[in-house]
Every structure is written in structure tokens, then in C-alpha cells.
Design a protein around this ligand. Structure first.
Ligand SMILES: NC(=O)c1ccc[n+]([C@@H]2O[C@H](COP(=O)([O-])OP(=O)(O)OC[C@H]3O[C@@H](n4cnc5c(N)ncnc54)[C@H](OP(=O)(O)O)[C@@H]3O)[C@@H](O)[C@H]2O)c1
Length: 286
């Protein structure tokens, strides 16, 4: 008899989530990049949306486009998640809404040596990528548990799997999201609520261009890894619906992050430092 490890254990993921009837998804960082693509993806599948970001005009324009194209309900909450009152504002906006899916997507990055990073930048990364994501997970988890179903889709990164010299604080924030979401997924087992840590690699957005320079797409390594926001969002949606605990989109990202995880830690640190300093534009770009 051939003994096979169950699929869920082999992959360390959950792949058997029951289907969720389209309801409402709340997406942070929906005014641009991956968040905007998620808004299109969820709308395409019939979800009503609540969109959060700072730029109100972008949210309004996106809401109008999605309502017209998909005949769904879209509400917006323009707020700066770094503002301590923002979580309460979002809670109030959603007081008469049932949020079935929370997409914690908003995030910021800094590329450059830590010794040159300003306190304001450190604060933004820790507050937005770590604290806000954790607090929003707490706020929206409770009603999901009471209803016995829901999804939390936390956007981390392939950088969360290892230390990231020259993106030290960002990579550490993404490692936090990975660890937090994995633990949450296990705590939620059998509750009907599923948490997914979604780990894109290079994605063609403003963040990538701003952090590594406009030429980033022409670098051979990033060109190999770079994915479109549409493809990333489609795979993120799929992972969320399946209740996958950890999901890395795209063959190239899976390959590179798989190889990185097999390396000794010292080797991975050196290679990451070399890659970020030489292949992906120097730290002096910041
Ligand atoms: N691009 C990549 O290569 C890549 C790779 C792996 C993971 N990721 C992750 O994917 C997520 C989205 O990244 P992206 O590349 O799409 O970034 P992006 O194009 O820069 O978009 C970031 C989004 O976050 C919002 N945001 C930023 N600061 C905010 C704040 N203080 N309050 C509220 N909203 C705020 C922005 O909207 P406003 O400016 O209107 O507020 C925007 O909608 C991030 O978590 C990022 O770490 C990106």
C-alpha cells in the first residue's frame, strides 16, 4: 500500500473551503495597483464592495466604473490608515454592511539601507503594514465568526519568507503578516472563516517603480518575476475562495521563493543583499 500524506498537510494549506455566496468585500488600498485589480476581480464575481484608500477622487472614479460595468453596490471610505481614528471611521462606514471578505492590501515600502531610513518611513511601514492590518482583521473577524463564515485575505510578499537587506523593515513587516496569518488560519480551523497569506513577488505597480526605479521592468531578474496586477488579483481571489493558507502566485515566484527557502540562511541573506543592491537598482535611488 502506498502511504500518501494528505494534500492539506503536504502543502501546509487548506484547500477545501466551502463555496461562499457573493456578498461584500472590503478592500484597503483600492485606489491603485493590486488593490484596484482586486476591486475589479471581486466585482467581476458579483461582490458588492467597500473601497478604502486616501485618494477620494480615485475611489469615486473606480466606484462609478465598477457600478456601471458590473451592476453592484460600491461604497467608499476615503481615509488615511495612518490616522489613529481611521479604524473607527471604517467600522462606522460598515456599520450597516456585512463584510464577508476583508482584503488587507494597503501597504508601503522603503528601499535603501536602514541607517538612512527616516523615522517617519519606519513608522508608516510598521503602522500600515502591521498594526492596521492586524486591527482590521480583529474588527471584521468577530462578525464573520458570529455568521459562521468569511475570508481574510492578507497581502504579504515573497520577501516575507526571508530577511531583506535594503528593504529590512518592509521585509520584516511582510514576515509578520505571514506568521500572523498562518497562526490565525490555524486558530480558525473549523470556524467557517479562512485566513490567507497571499505572497506576490514583483508586480507591475507604482510601488515597484517608485522603490526600484522606472527601469525595473528592464532588469532581467525582475522581468522574469514581474506579474501584472490583473493576474496577481485573479490568483489572489482564487486562493482566498479556496481558503488556501499560504499562496504564492506565478511559476517564477514559486520557483525562486522555493529555492530561497532551501538555502542556508547566510546564503539567502547574501544573495538577497546582492540582488537588491546590484540587480534591482542601487540603494542610492532613494
Ligand atoms: N508591487 C509589488 O511588487 C508588490 C509585491 C509584493 C507585495 N506587494 C504588496 O501588495 C500591496 C499593494 O501594493 P501595490 O504594489 O499595489 O502598491 P501601490 O500601487 O503603491 O498601491 C498602494 C495602495 O495603498 C494605498 N495606501 C497607501 N498608503 C495608505 C494610507 N496611509 N492609508 C490608506 N491607504 C493607503 C494607496 O492609496 P492612496 O495613495 O490613495 O492612499 C494605494 O491604493 C502592498 O501591501 C504591497 O506590500 C506589492
Amino acid at each position: 500500500m502506498i502511504w500518501r500524506t494528505p494534500r492539506t498537510i503536504r502543502r501546509g494549506t487548506t484547500v477545501s473551503a466551502p463555496p461562499l455566496k457573493p456578498g461584500r468585500a472590503l478592500i484597503t488600498g483600492a485606489s491603485a495597483g493590486i488593490g484596484e485589480a482586486f476591486a475589479h476581480e471581486f466585482a467581476r464575481h458579483g461582490y458588492n464592495l467597500t473601497l478604502v484608500a486616501r485618494r477620494e477622487h480615485k475611489l469615486q472614479a473606480l466606484a462609478a466604473e465598477l457600478k456601471k460595468t458590473y451592476a453592484i453596490d460600491v461604497s467608499t471610505c476615503a481615509c488615511d490608515l495612518l490616522d489613529p481614528s481611521s479604524i473607527e471611521r471604517i467600522r462606522k462606514t460598515c456599520s450597516d454592511q456585512e463584510i464577508d471578505i476583508l482584503v488587507n492590501n494597503a501597504g508601503v515600502m522603503y528601499h535603501g539601507d536602514f541607517k538612512e531610513q527616516q523615522l517617519e518611513s519606519i513608522d508608516s511601514i510598521v503602522h500600515l503594514n502591521v498594526a492596521c492590518l492586524t486591527k482590521l482583521s480583529s474588527v471584521f473577524l468577530q462578525p464573520m465568526l458570529r455568521r459562521g463564515g468569511g475570508r481574510i485575505l492578507n497581502i504579504t510578499s515573497t520577501t516575507g519568507f526571508q530577511a531583506g537587506p535594503t528593504i529590512a523593515v518592509y521585509a520584516a513587516s511582510k514576515a509578520y503578516i505571514l506568521s500572523f496569518t498562518e497562526a490565525l488560519a490555524e486558530e480558525l480551523r473549523d470556524s467557517g472563516v479562512y485566513a490567507t497569506a497571499f505572497c506576490p513577488g514583483f508586480t507591475d505597480t507604482h510601488m515597484a517603480a517608485e522603490s526600484f526605479g522606472e527601469d525595473i521592468k528592464n532588469e532581467p531578474m525582475s522581468a522574469f518575476l514581474m506579474m501584472s496586477t490583473t493576474d496577481v488579483a485573479a490568483l489572489g481571489y482564487q486562493a482566498c475562495m479556496q481558503g488556501t493558507t499560504i499562496s504564492v502566485p506565478g511559476f517564477a515566484n514559486k520557483l525562486v521563493s522555493g529555492i530561497t527557502r532551501l538555502q542556508p540562511k547566510w546564503m539567502s541573506r547574501r544573495l538577497q543583499a546582492w540582488m537588491y543592491r546590484n540587480m534591482l537598482g542601487g540603494a542610492e535611488k532613494n
